[in-house]
Design a protein around this ligand. Structure first.
Ligand code: ACO
Length: 315
């Protein structure tokens, strides 16, 4: 398969580090030095589906195909207003597609899990055109009183349209179960039968555990792909890493002995938008004319689960 169109969409509300330092005991300096983030977009009046639909339409437009030509829609999402129906079904109706669709919770690795799933459909010969939409609102999950979490995340959506081709050289996924380092539990409806504790707590993250997992997993995944395909780290033109923390991205670059210019970032503007992070970055590079036909791109993401994944593709 190959990517033939990209799109992205952001909430209107810009929340700066300064605004957060007026709410919790933090500072622009702490957030900038520890994470690289300067501001993020947070949903206020919009719904996440509005962003998802907007990103999907832009990607279709960029690809030059119509929604009725789609054979499958995969939506990567952790949480949104609806528990059911699936966000992909809402997108399908809004854009006027008639194909089957599915939601996938791959946390921050959702885009790469979706690419891997799509590839299996291509290999089975079931599809020609596939739409992947990654739409996330971590602001629905976190506490604005918890400075260790609220400074890190932002909301947004990114999308990509795929068609048949041989540009995706390899994908690699991994999972290592951990329910204590990064998690949030659903709240139960009031029930006369349930006797176990009910959880109504925001997202919990042990940042240092996640940091160590993230840097190690990203390096291992990229090395696995290089090994499998025979490419070297020098052959890769751009590394598109999950935009969670600039220090994780720098660590990976240093270990791979690759220059900073090969690691484009937009974490400064958007923070960590979970699975939307890589497709948003890809869309910015695509529309900014920064990707040349034939460029070798290495994508790598990591997130709650723990899960991680990487993909090597020719643009
Ligand atoms: N402002 C000021 N001080 C803070 C803040 C804040 N926002 N948050 C924490 N601190 C304090 C801590 O309380 C601690 O204080 P203490 O020394 O008095 O105890 C001090 O800063 C250092 O805290 P650490 O947790 O050691 O800071 P660290 O350098 O590890 O940075 C961070 C924390 C940014 C969260 C880092 O660990 C990180 O980025 N981890 C990875 C997170 C990540 O990538 N998550 C997303 C991946 S998964 C997904 O995307 C869903």
């Amino acid at each position: 398969m190959k990517i033939i169109g990209t799109g992205s969409s952001h909430p209107k509300k810009v929340v700066t580090n300064q605004m957060l330092s007026d709410m919790v005991d933090t500072s622009d300096e702490w957030i900038t030095v520890r994470t690289g983030i300067k501001e993020r977009r947070i949903i206020s009046e919009e719904n996440l589906e509005d962003l998802a639909i907007d990103a999907a339409r832009k990607a279709l437009d960029n690809a030059g195909i119509s929604a009725i030509d789609l054979d499958f829609i995969i939506c990567a999402n952790v949480v949104n207003e609806f528990i059911t129906p699936a966000l992909s079904c809402i997108i399908q109706g809004a854009i006027g597609a008639h194909c089957p669709c599915i939601d996938l919770n791959g946390a921050c690795v959702g885009f790469i899990y979706a690419l891997d799933l799509a590839e299996a459909y291509y290999r089975s010969g079931k599809v020609k055109n596939v739409l992947i939409v990654c739409a996330e609102e971590p602001s629905r999950m976190l506490s604005w009183q918890d400075r260790s979490v609220c400074v890190l995340f932002g909301d947004g959506a990114g999308a990509a349209v795929l068609t048949a081709g041989d540009n995706v050289k390899a994908t690699h996924l991994s999972a290592a179960s951990s329910t204590t380092s990064l998690y949030q539990k659903h709240e139960l409806q009031p029930s006369p039968f349930v006797t176990k504790p009910n959880s109504n707590l925001p997202l919990v993250m042990r940042g240092q555990d996640v940091f160590k997992f993230a840097a190690n997993a990203s390096l291992a995944d990229i090395k696995f792909l290089l090994n499998e395909t025979g490419y070297t780290a020098d052959d890769v033109d751009k590394y598109l890493l999950h935009q969670a923390n600039i220090r994780i991205i720098e660590t990976v670059g240093e270990v791979l002995k690759q220059p900073k210019e090969k690691f484009p970032t937009n974490i400064q503007k958007y923070g960590n938008t979970s699975s939307a992070s890589i497709p948003i970055l890809l869309d910015e590079l695509n529309r900014g004319g920064e990707l040349k036909k034939g460029d070798l791109l290495a994508l790598s993401a990591f997130g709650a689960g723990f899960v991680s994944g990487s993909c090597l593709l020719k643009w």
